[in-house]
Design a protein around this ligand. Structure first.
Ligand SMILES: Cc1ncc(COP(=O)(O)O)c(C=O)c1O
Length: 395
């Protein structure tokens, strides 16, 4: 079955060149990178090349990068170390963070008595830095963790400014950059952050591999103890094939960002947005359009349940996701939508469409037609008029 895959914020296809470089490390190059013989050293070299490739994509120094088992683990490692090594009984995070950050914060609150303060967002989904300032002014803050780009709306956050504000109060800063790395230029040193989380499967490496950037000189307490791999910061025999893949994906995406390929992705995303807005009534584009990552479109269709839309789109061969959260078979507004002030009705009629470097113009044209067909069908059944105006948010 041919699928038009437009859910790349959930996970992305492994790039064929990435697959090619990783396969030998699952067969003949099976050696442990910590082994002293020459074959082991060859594997170690491949691992260090991957670190170099990731350093080039992120602007980090190689020794500042620790390979992990994915984005969730990177977030967990950063937050637990910060909680352990910093003074202060308040944690500042945000209302639109990923559950891997929010749940870790909840546990720190339950088990260690931290007070969690959550920065709110504008209607366009952008963090309100004045709220961050106010929270920091209260004092007793252990650390700040705010995401770089939101997974639902794609909206990029003012992380460089937020980090400066936190540092001005002497408070360390972590950012979950999992939806940004490989999709938009990120320079860790320019950002000034102390910790930054990366996940491979969001940019054409396999699932279950990621990295944590730890700024040089920043103290770190490891979550996983054992054989002392990754300079003692993340023990466990390295997932060599996936790390080699992560490095290759970083190299590919770095080149594509340099060559402006993300602009091509943006062009296709904008073509889809324009086609939907000009051919369907009652369409609302969500999230500040001037701040989104190139690949993401979050859009609501008045009078259409997202659950129904997804079923029809699946039938037509288009895979994307609901903009809201599915709980016990019913669409519920997600915490991101609630933070942005969506009504339940609007939240439950939203789709998240996320493209990749593999998306073609033909797929976008076909998707636009499929969405129109699905919306018209549902409005007939569900009785929605869909006559509202087209709404697009800007700053
Ligand atoms: C913003 C964000 N943070 C964290 C994660 C978790 O990353 P992983 O799936 O690699 O554990 C995701 C994945 O959906 C994400 O979008």
């Amino acid at each position: 079955m041919v699928v038009i895959y437009l859910d790349s914020n959930a996970t992305s296809k492994v790039h064929p060149e990435v697959l090619e470089v990783m396969l030998p490390f699952l067969s003949e190059q099976c050696y442990n990178p910590s082994s002293g013989y020459r074959a082991g050293k060859t594997v170690r070299n491949a691992l260090e090349l991957a670190r170099q490739q990731l350093a080039e994509l992120t602007g980090a120094d190689t020794e500042e990068l620790v390979f992990t088992g994915g984005g969730t683990e990177s977030n967990s490692m950063a937050l637990s170390s910060l909680a352990k090594l910093t003074k202060g009984k308040k944690i500042i995070t945000g209302q639109i963070e990923h559950s891997s950050v929010l749940k870790t914060c909840e546990r720190l609150a339950e088990e260690e008595g931290y007070e969690i303060l959550k920065v709110g967002v504008t209607e366009g989904g952008v963090y309100e830095l004045s709220m961050l300032e106010d929270f920091l002014a209260q004092g007793d803050v252990a650390f700040v963790s705010l995401m770089f780009a939101n997974n639902e709306t794609g909206v990029k956050q003012p992380i460089e400014d937020a980090c400066k504000i936190a540092h001005a109060h002497g408070v360390p800063f972590h950012t979950d950059a999992i939806q940004a790395i490989g999709k938009t230029a990120v320079d860790v040193h320019q950002l000034g952050v102390d910790f930054l989380s990366i996940s491979g499967h969001k940019f054409h490496a396999p699932k279950g591999v990621g990295a944590l950037y730890i700024k040089s000189g920043v103290r770190f307490s490891p979550l996983v103890l054992g054989g002392g791999q990754e300079a003692g910061r993340r023990s466990g025999t390295e997932n060599v094939a996936s790390i080699v893949a992560l490095g290759k994906a970083a190299e590919i995406m770095n080149k594509k960002l340099d060559e402006g390929d993300h602009l091509q992705v943006m062009k296709l995303r904008d073509l889809l947005q324009e086609t939907l807005c000009s051919t369907i009534k009652g369409v609302e584009v969500n999230g500040d359009i001037s701040l989104r990552t190139a690949n993401t479109l979050h859009v609501s269709f008045e009078g259409c349940e997202a659950g129904g839309l997804l079923i029809l789109l699946d039938e037509y061969g288009v895979a994307c996701s609901a903009g809201s959260a599915c709980m016990t078979g019913k669409q519920q507004p997600s915490h991101v939508q609630k933070a942005m002030g969506f009504s339940d009705k609007k939240a439950n009629s939203s789709l998240r469409i996320s493209l990749s470097i593999f998306t073609t113009e033909e797929e976008i044209v076909e998707t636009a037609a499929s969405i129109k067909k699905a919306v018209e069908k549902l409005r007939k059944v569900q009785g929605g008029s869909g006559v509202g105006p087209v709404v697009i948010y800007t700053k």
